[in-house]
Ligand binder design. Structure first.
Ligand code: NAD
Length: 376
């Protein structure tokens, strides 16, 4: 007899940039997953996704509530602009679906808290799309740390500074839809990596400032330097309403300090970030490491002398339109598909992502008030 094992039906809410570069190709290679439903406010996007990736009979929606009403859908991916993450994720959890939501978890700490509460109230799984953890350089750094090469980590730098790298597709420069600029968009990756590598989520207070300088000021003629993002157009100065640079200091309860810096436009000769990607620089009592050059550079003491050891291979340069990278997106999809099948654990927990969002929210608040923001 020929037995067919039923596949797990998954729905996708938001069929834009990250859906097409990460989630669709990632989930398409999972044998136990059926890509069963696609929703976007722009119907052509959902239709195109269903044609390219959908199982036979895949459904297409413009109203996500209708997708959530289908009892056969077991899990959904929330792939909309940041401000919509909370409402859609909570609705999905309360509709009985497991959720993979894109990063950042939410635009504000209050929204992120609601998402945690919805997860706890429903007992459904919730994870966040921090695929940078799966870049080989970052996975290697984590292994080096877990193997004890750094000792007690008491200082860290989480960095992604782009001299000119404003994303002009989507709604990235629209505060109402995204909640912020480079801090919430790319600083979030650098911070997630740093907390995860330090394995320290116990924050005392944060203080920081966000700057809205060059986004509006720069002459459009000047913006050609934005090229390396693969942007088709310069950004529109008059509609740019998020920060272009943000810096923050995070003091942990054990005394450790993290400096976080993120920019899309800053007058600095060189980008700080491995080929346009988030980097960490960590200092411990036994040694330190950084990923500044796209490879793990371990600094330690050998035979009573300072030494530097390069560990692993260098990551490839930033590929426009493919920011998720093939290996990270596959790994994220593998972990999620296994968790849905009940054969694996979540890797990025919502509790970890909540701390990231609380810190980002704290930096924006500190910037507004001029005061540190204490955690309880
Ligand atoms: N993990 C990463 O590295 C990474 C990279 C890029 C973007 N992202 C995140 O992914 C999310 C989406 O970003 P993007 O670049 O794909 O944006 P995008 O604008 O390209 O796509 C978002 C899509 O969501 C649709 N949408 C908006 N509201 C909706 C709703 N209520 N119901 C259904 N569809 C809706 C829009 O029409 C659009 O097609 C953001 O949260 C962003 O931070 C993550």
């Amino acid at each position: 007899m020929d037995f067919k094992v039923a596949k797990i039906k998954v729905g996708f809410i938001g069929c834009g940039g990250i859906a097409n570069s990460k989630h669709f190709p990632g989930m398409a290679q999972e044998d136990n997953i059926e890509m069963a439903a696609f929703c976007d406010l722009i119907p052509e996007r959902a239709e195109k996704a269903a044609e390219e990736y959908g199982a036979p009979g895949a459904k297409v929606y413009t109203d996500y509530h209708e997708l959530l009403a289908d009892p056969e859908i077991f899990a959904v991916h929330v792939l909309t602009p940041n401000v919509a993450h909370c409402q859609i994720t909570c609705d999905a959890l309360y509709a009985g679906k497991h959720v993979l939501c894109e990063k950042p978890m939410a635009a504000t700490k209050e929204d992120a808290k609601k998402m945690l509460e919805a997860r706890d109230a429903t007992g459904k799984m919730l994870t966040i799309g921090y695929q940078y953890r799966h870049f080989p350089v970052n996975a290697t750094a984590k292994k080096v740390i877990d193997d004890g090469w750094l000792g007690d980590i008491y200082y860290g730098e989480a960095t992604l500074l782009r001299r000119r790298g404003v994303p002009t597709w989507g709604v990235f420069i629209d505060k109402e839809k995204q909640g912020g600029g480079p801090l919430i968009d790319i600083g979030t990756h650098a911070l997630d990596l740093t907390l995860w590598m330090m394995n320290n989520y116990d924050v005392d207070y944060v203080v920081g400032t966000s700057f809205e300088k060059l986004g509006r000021l720069l002459d459009p003629e000047h913006q050609g330097q934005n090229d390396y993002m693969g942007n088709p157009d310069p950004w529109k100065n008059e509609s740019y309403d998020v920060e272009d640079l943000a810096v923050g200091m995070i003091k942990m309860k054990n005394g450790a300090v993290i400096n976080l810096r993120a920019s899309w436009a800053v007058n600095m000769a060189e980008d700080a970030g491995a080929n346009g990607q988030a980097t960490v620089n960590l200092c411990g009592t036994k040694g330190g490491l950084d990923t500044i050059d796209g490879v793990v550079r371990l600094n330690h003491v050998v035979a009573n002398q300072t030494a530097i050891t390069m560990v692993g291979k260098k990551i490839p340069p930033f590929i426009p339109g493919f920011s998720a990278g093939k290996a990270p997106r596959s790994k994220e999809a593998d972990i999620w598909a296994a968790a849905l099948a009940g054969t694996g654990e979540l890797f990025v927990t919502a509790d970890q992502a909540y701390v990231v969002t609380r810190i980002l929210d704290g930096i924006y608040e500190s910037s507004r008030t001029g005061k540190p923001v204490y955690f309880d």
